[in-house]
Design a protein around this ligand. Structure first.
Ligand SMILES: Cc1cc2nc3c(=O)[nH]c(=O)nc-3n(C[C@H](O)[C@H](O)[C@H](O)COP(=O)(O)O)c2cc1C
Length: 175
C-alpha cells in the first residue's frame, strides 16, 4: 500500500480479534514511532518513552480501571486489543511534548494500516495512569514522564471500509 492510501484507509477499529501481531510487525511499528519528528530534537528534555503492553493481566487491569473512568462508560474500552502502545514524554521547553507523542502515535497508525493491521488512537487509557500510580509503574514509565496518548493495534474481523470524500471546506487557500 502506498503512503497516501495508508493515510486515507486508516480508520479507528474498535473490535480486535484474538490474533496477536507478530514480533516483526511490532518491530516495524516501533521503528515508525521513533521515526516521528520531535521538537528540539536531540536536546536532553526532548524525549519520548514508548511502553508496549502485551501482558494479559496488565491489559485486563488497565481495561477495568479505564472502564470506570472514561466519560463515555464502556465495558470494553480497550476493545479486546492484544497490543497497547502508550506514549509518554517529559515536559520540554517548547511545550510541545504532547505534539511529539501524538505524531509518534499517528506514525504507528499509518504504518499499521500499511501493514494490513488495524488500530485506534486513544486518550482514554491515560486516565487510568493518572488515577493509578501502581498501574503507571507497571509500564516502566520513567520518572518525570507523563503518559499522553496510546494506540491499540491488532487484527480484526471487521472488513468495513471508511469512505472519505474529498472535502476542502475547512481550507483557506492563500494564492
Ligand atoms: C487525541 C485522540 C484521542 C482519542 N481517544 C479515543 C478514545 O479514548 N477511545 C476511542 O474509542 N477513540 C478515541 N479516539 C479516536 C477518534 O474517536 C476517531 O479518530 C474519530 O472518531 C475519527 O474516526 P477515524 O479514526 O475512523 O477517522 C481518539 C482520537 C484522538 C485523535
Amino acid at each position: 500500500m502506498n503512503t497516501l492510501d495508508s493515510i486515507i484507509k486508516r480508520k479507528s477499529v474498535r473490535s480486535f480479534n484474538n490474533e496477536q501481531i507478530s514480533e516483526e510487525q511490532l518491530e516495524k511499528l516501533i521503528q515508525a514511532a521513533n521515526a516521528a519528528p520531535i521538537s528540539g530534537g536531540g536536546r536532553a528534555d526532548s524525549a519520548r518513552h514508548i511502553a508496549v503492553v502485551q501482558n494479559v493481566e496488565v491489559l485486563k487491569d488497565l481495561s477495568d480501571v479505564v472502564a470506570k473512568l472514561v466519560p463515555i462508560p464502556s465495558p470494553n474500552p480497550l476493545y479486546g486489543t492484544k497490543t497497547l502502545i502508550v506514549f509518554s514524554a517529559p515536559s520540554n521547553q517548547f511545550k510541545a511534548e504532547q505534539l511529539d507523542v501524538a505524531l509518534s502515535a499517528q506514525n504507528v497508525s499509518i504504518a499499521a494500516t500499511g501493514m494490513g493491521l488495524n488500530s485506534v488512537i486513544m486518550t482514554g487509557p491515560v486516565y487510568a495512569f493518572n488515577a493509578s500510580e501502581e498501574l503507571k509503574s507497571k509500564l516502566n514509565i520513567p520518572e518525570g514522564y507523563t503518559p499522553y496518548i496510546s494506540i491499540a493495534v491488532g487484527n480484526t474481523d471487521d472488513t468495513s471500509v471508511k469512505t472519505r470524500e474529498f472535502d476542502d471546506t475547512n481550507v483557506s487557500y492563500i494564492l
